[in-house]
Design a protein. Structure first.
Length: 366
């Protein structure tokens, strides 16, 4: 069967907009027709390399007749508004994670998607990595038995250069905070286990970020309707790094270790099978090499590692399937993780407020 290429517009010409545009340009099933950015010079530069037209007004994307799919790669706080407008215009939308940074916005996007002729896909790229997708399919098939527990971790020391405080990723009002911006493992947990019925979060370990002080550690426990429980941890201050995702059932457990690029299946503590995060040896080597490097924010102009390119290629496979009416892991539970993350952050904020009140009372001798 012959399919015509998917006509794509990319909204946002920053680092990931560049990544998506050039990946689509090099893929025979996608045709990049437009690059949109309020920064005209940036849009023109990327449009020239992608052989597309440059647009400076995002409203034009909604009315363009030669666009099938808009890929949104703008700062997090802009995702919901742009996604809703495009869905209401009948466009299909691929939006980088997180879907939104508030619960109200996430629910509004879902309402727009329910009424739209277009499809909504969220860029939870780890779902599309071949080794993790296989882990998910094992869990869903019942091969692990009844699911009992999960674990997700992204812990490392992140270096923030001097003078970087104006960068949007370091501004919680624009990024949504670290827990939402680095939502990948929380998404994997809710993707496998479903919507949590109970969430308990502790955040702390304050660390200076520019002129502000931000929590650098989030510890979250989730309980699901089945009775299964999961633990999620995120740290930007950990000198001992950890990057894992694990699902355990009554018959077996499977753990993806992204620092070693290996997925292992365990039965009673013994490894019975293993496979790579990627099907490509080069991509797995790149992932291992990247995990050993210094983790830094605001590395302007830095090129992405090869494993990231391989991950985006896997993501394009899932986007293509969705656009052609086939099953895709990017169509499932688009808002579950962000709603859980917003609730977790709200709990952390409330707990911090209680602690401040108690501390003030103690100082006053109450």
């Amino acid at each position: 069967m012959h399919f015509t290429p998917i006509r794509v517009a990319v909204l946002g010409s920053g680092f990931f907009g560049n990544t998506l545009a050039m990946a689509c340009k090099d893929h025979e099933d996608f045709d990049v027709v437009a690059i949109c950015d309020l920064d005209t010079a940036s849009a023109n530069e990327l449009a020239g390399r992608a052989r597309a037209r440059a647009i400076s007004d995002p409203a034009e994307l909604a009315t363009a007749t030669d666009i099938d799919l808009v890929m949104i790669a703008t700062p997090n706080h802009t995702h919901a508004k742009a996604t809703i407008a495009l869905l209401q215009a009948g466009k299909s939308v691929f939006v980088e994670k997180p879907l939104a940074i508030t619960a109200d916005d996430a629910l509004a996007v879902m309402a727009a998607a329910a009424l739209s002729e277009g499809r909504l896909l969220v860029g939870h790229v780890e779902r599309t990595m071949p080794g993790i997708k296989r882990l998910f399919l094992e869990a869903r098939s019942g091969a692990l038995g009844t699911l009992l527990e999960g674990y997700g971790s992204r812990s490392r020391l992140v270096h923030v250069p001097e003078g970087a405080e104006d960068w949007w990723k370091l501004d919680r009002s624009r990024s949504g905070g670290e827990l939402l911006h680095e939502i990948h493992e929380l998404d994997l947990l809710t993707w496998v286990f479903g919507e949590p019925v109970e969430i308990r979060t502790t955040a702390g370990a304050p660390r200076p970020v520019g002129t502000r002080v931000e929590d650098s550690v989030h510890k979250t426990t989730l309980k699901f309707a089945s009775g299964a429980v999961a633990y999620h941890e995120l740290s930007t201050s950990a000198h001992v790094p950890d990057w894992k995702f694990r699902v355990s059932g009554t018959e077996a457990a499977v753990e993806a270790d992204l620092r070693t690029a290996v997925v292992r299946r365990f039965v009673d503590g013994v490894v019975t099978e293993q496979w790579g995060i990627f099907d490509s040896g080069r991509a797995n080597d790149s992932l291992r090499e990247s995990s050993e490097k210094k983790q830094a924010y605001n590395a302007v102009g830095a090129a992405g590692p090869y494993w990231m390119q391989a991950a985006v290629e896997s993501e394009l496979v899932e986007i293509l399937a969705a656009m052609r009416g086939q099953d895709s892991v990017l169509l499932e539970s688009p808002a579950t993780a962000v709603l859980a993350g917003v609730e977790a952050m709200a709990q952390a904020e409330a707990a911090r407020g209680v602690a401040k009140i108690e501390s003030s009372a103690a100082l006053a001798g109450v």
